[in-house]
Ligand binder design. Structure first.
Ligand code: TRP
Ligand code: ZN
Length: 882
């Protein structure tokens, strides 16, 4: 039964609760289909709250069997119980009182994976954002904080492991073959951070000594037999703990820190206090089954969830509008961690690639919303790349404005001021304003105005006066609900690079604020002049991607080559190569549509090959340079009336030309980048593998490509190389017998490993072209396709819709119709997953009209369907109306 009403929630309506929650005491008697939950809550009425007001608790799909007030059964006249709400009247004026609620749950039937559910025989909870109300009636909002005591009673043989938040109090045997365990979490927390896990799990144990000398027990729980595959996660955890102490002075606070890996999970992982629950994809790894990307993801997500202990848990969010307060900040922290663990420049390139591929399209389409929204209908739909990734970029800009030390001081003040509280974005920003004396009010528009700002730049050099003039304009596009925008404060890192490759030091800069190498663009139009510039400089702008903007700056290929060769900022060197590539790719797409022969500027090809062969550059950087802008990057840059087939053909054609011209370079890389000795997942090795596989991929466009890829597949001694080779075979030679053989060999070898099977599905789901849909439909009938497992659904349906532009966007609309069928099938069992996959259509309006019409028709059909979840309804309606 659906109990969410789909009402719109407004930030402006926020007010504190009428009752203060003092303590929570929960007892779970676990049973697969009838779990009994007894919740005892101690409340008192907040000072000044009218004595007549009732206590209103949230519920979702609940059935209550007992209700007591101060241990006395409540008469029916004193309460109203609905599946989605419990109202209790005639409560004491000021004295504390205890409410006892007993609910009975069916974890086995919980397919939404919110609240208490079972995954592979393990009891598991997911409470963020509003899952706790599916366990018991509760003031289920993040500004209600209390210490929790939790007792778990369960059959001992099938559930030897009983876990909850906080420190272990004790346990022992109980009746009828059952046992119990009790946990106490002394740190007041909101209900979304509650967790319980019970089952028969293996464990990997370690310990960490904090900077103040306390010993913390570390435990990672996995399915039996998978313990060795948790070693890398454990290592990443210890490095995260140390890093947060060194960089931000943040020490862990409980006696124990636990991670549980489960195979059915809606998102990546969850930061429940002291008991993180992870999608096992982000825990389990070994060289035979995990790629370098998997290792990097594990490191980042382990760090992310661990860092939440301070940014999210010790200081939480006042309401869900403040989600970026914990997510944007914590993503920034995990980015910084990964940058310190690996190559900072390469990490930044990967971040910006991801931001542009995911967040920029969201910000440019019907689902655009501010980093700090002011309304929502379904909070699950606001765990977006805008809140996370743009939120992180906004935090990064604060660090740019204040400098590393200033930012650290602001963070220190934030922790000091708000520890134990539920805070707001304004509280956060105020800390940085207070430590720096800077007025951040204009800057705060980054939180409130949606849309990617467009900055237009033009430069002019006056040799006689030795002055370089830079004219800048900014424009923030209209977005749903925000037709008119104010000027933003945009920090632009810059360098003026002279002929000999050195950076000019101007004798003066006028026209606006400049701090270090950062220009502060604050007006709609602003002109900066740089004096004392002896020769014509090449301007490198928005270095390190200091601001998340679209930059329109007409630079000659020669100037871009100059930046690619000389900028001391590696990111900018990569950006320059990308800026060289793009016009070629876009022109090719236009030429294909008008039936013309495509061409490619030889200057671009030689600059690219020069970077690829430059041994002074790290291999990972060279691989990033060789990875051209993707088809979705091209679609975004083209901006509208897009034909995915033309885009694909254009990119294919350009790659072919690069491959032909660069064949000797790629042959050399293929042999040079061979790694001797056993696989290690370090960044150096990953970089070499990336460069080698990139060379292999280019070589697949010249004669003998399938043979090389087949050889690479057969000789691969790690999952990275194996997946790369298999992808080349499948995507470039889908009908070759070698491909069929490789796919079946891969399947045979890894059939028992679900995470590797996901890769097998995803590689096939993303084979470009018209046949993709038939292939995906056939795979859907495969016995190994498990519709109840979110990872599997994402690896087939998700991969097809998000990562197969030509296959999905068929002009006949069949791709969209297939997606609609799938969405309507997934929605009743898991609305969150259905809504997420449906966002793959968020850029439908920028398609050419035939496809756009097909997309509109299909979306309208979904919308007309009765019984949609709030999640899917919210997404489909926003996609259609904006
Ligand atoms: N807070 C989690 C994170 O970013 C995200 C998350 C995990 C989540 N599970 C969820 C959000 C379920 C919504 C619903 O680390
Ligand atoms: Zn998070």
């Amino acid at each position: 039964m659906r109990t969410d009403t789909g009402q719109i929630i407004h930030l402006a309506d926020y007010r504190p609760t009428d009752f203060v929650l003092e303590r929570v005491d929960l007892t779970f008697e676990l049973d697969p289909t009838a779990t009994r939950v007894e919740s005892r809550l101690i409340f008192h009425r907040r000072d000044g709250v009218d004595a007549g007001l009732p206590l209103v608790l949230d519920g979702d799909d609940l059935s209550m069997t007992e209700l007591r007030l101060d241990q006395i059964e409540l008469p029916a006249s004193q309460f109203d119980a609905r599946a989605d709400q419990l109202i209790i009247r005639d409560l004491p004026q000021s004295a504390p009182f205890e409410v006892t609620v007993v609910t009975v749950l069916n974890p086995e039937a919980n397919t939404q994976l919110m609240g208490l559910y079972r995954t592979n025989g393990v009891y598991c909870t997911q409470c963020e954002a509003e899952g706790f109300r599916r366990i018991t009636y509760f003031p289920d909002r993040p500004d209600v904080l209390a210490p929790y005591t939790v007792t778990i009673i369960a059959d001992k043989a099938t559930n030897p492991v009983l876990l909850s938040n906080g420190n272990f109090l004790g346990g022992g045997n109980y009746d009828e073959g059952r046992h119990f365990a009790a946990w106490f979490d002394p740190f007041p927390k909101p209900s979304y951070l509650f967790a319980l896990v019970a089952g028969d799990l293996g464990v990997v144990e370690d310990s960490f000594t904090t900077q103040s000398g306390r010993d913390v027990a570390l435990k990672i729980y996995v399915e039996h037999g998978k313990e060795p595959r948790a070693a890398y996660a454990m290592d990443a955890l210890k490095r995260s703990m140390k890093w947060d102490e060194e960089r931000f002075g943040r020490e862990y606070d409980l006696d124990i820190f636990m991670i549980v890996a489960v195979s059915d999970f809606n998102m990546g992982a969850m930061e429940n206090k002291g008991l993180n629950v992870f999608n096992d994809k982000y825990v389990l790894a070994d060289p035979e089954t995990a790629t370098d990307q998997d290792y990097a993801n594990i490191e980042a997500i382990i760090a992310h969830e661990y860092f939440h202990n301070w940014t999210g848990n010790r200081i939480t969010c006042r309401d869900w509008f403040q989600l970026c307060l914990k997510e944007g900040l914590t993503v920034y922290r995990d980015h910084e961690f990964s940058a310190d663990m690996r190559s900072r420049a390469v990490k930044r390139i990967a971040e910006v690639r991801h931001l542009k591929a995911e967040q920029f399209p969201e910000d440019a389409g019907p689902l655009a919303h501010p980093v700090r929204p002011t309304t929502y209908r379904e909070i699950n739909n606001f765990y977006t790349t805008t809140v996370y990734e743009k939120g992180s970029e906004v935090t990064r800009m604060i660090a740019t404005l204040l400098g590393r030390d200033g930012f650290k001081k602001g963070m220190d003040l934030y922790f000091e001021r708000h520890d134990g509280e539920a805070a707001t974005v304004e509280d956060f920003v105020r800390c940085f304003a207070d430590v720096s004396g800077r007025d951040l009010s204009q800057f705060s528009r980054w939180y409130h105005q949606a849309g990617t700002p467009l900055v237009t730049a033009s430069g002019d050099y006056d040799a006689a006066r030795q002055i370089f003039t830079l004219s800048l304009q900014q424009m923030v596009p209209a977005t749903p609900g925000q037709p008119v925008k104010e000027a933003m404060h945009i920090p632009l890192s810059f360098a003026l690079i002279l002929d000999n490759g050195t950076t000019a030091e101007p004798s003066a800069v006028d026209g606006g604020e400049v701090t270090g190498d950062v220009l502060h663009l604050t007006e709609r139009a602003q002109t900066f002049t740089f004096s004392g510039i002896a020769s014509r400089p090449v301007l490198s702008l928005n270095r390190g991607f200091s601001a998340p903007i679209n930059l329109e700056f007409k630079q000659t290929p020669a100037d871009l080559v100059h930046i690619a060769r000389h900028d001391t900022d590696q990111f900018s060197r990569w950006q320059a190569l990308t800026d060289l590539a793009l016009p070629n790719l876009l022109q090719a797409a236009r030429d294909i549509r008008s039936g013309k022969e495509i061409s490619c500027d030889p200057a671009f090809i030689s600059a690219l090959l020069e970077a690829a062969a430059d041994e002074s550059l790290e291999p990972a950087f060279r691989a990033q340079a060789l990875a051209l802008p993707s088809e979705s990057d091209m679609a975004r840059e083209l901006g509208g009336n897009n034909d995915p087939d033309a885009i694909h053909a254009a990119r294919h054609g350009i790659i072919e030309r690069i491959a032909k011209a660069g064949r000797p370079v790629f042959e050399t890389l293929l042999s040079q980048m061979r790694i001797e000795g056993p696989f290690t997942p370090d960044a150096d090795g990953a970089g070499k593998r990336a460069l080698r596989n990139s060379a292999l991929s280019y070589l697949s466009y010249v004669e003998g490509g399938a043979a090389r890829a087949t050889d690479a597949f057969n000789t691969a001694d790690n999952m990275t190389d194996m997946v790369q080779a298999l992808t080349i075979l499948a995507h470039r030679f889908p009908d070759a017998t070698e491909t069929a053989e490789a796919l079946s060999a891969f399947l045979q070898r890894f059939e028992e490993n679900p995470l590797v099977l996901d890769k097998w599905f995803a590689i096939q789901a993303t084979i470009p072209g018209r046949d993709a849909l038939a292939r995906v439909k056939a795979l859907l009938q495969d016995a190994r396709y498990v519709a109840s497992n979110p990872n599997r659904v994402r690896s087939l349906v998700g991969a097809f819709a998000f990562s197969n532009p030509t296959g999905f966007n068929r002009a006949d609309g069949e791709g969209y119709r297939f997606l609609a069928e799938q969405i309507l099938m997934i929605d009743p069992r898991n609305p969150q997953l259905a809504a997420r996959i449906l966002t793959s259509m968020r850029s439908w309006r920028s398609l050419e009209s035939v496809r756009a019409d097909q997309a509109r028709t299909v979306l309208a059909e979904i919308q007309r369907h009765s019984g949609l979840s709030t999640d899917v309804r919210d997404i489909v309606e926003r996609m259609l109306t904006a």
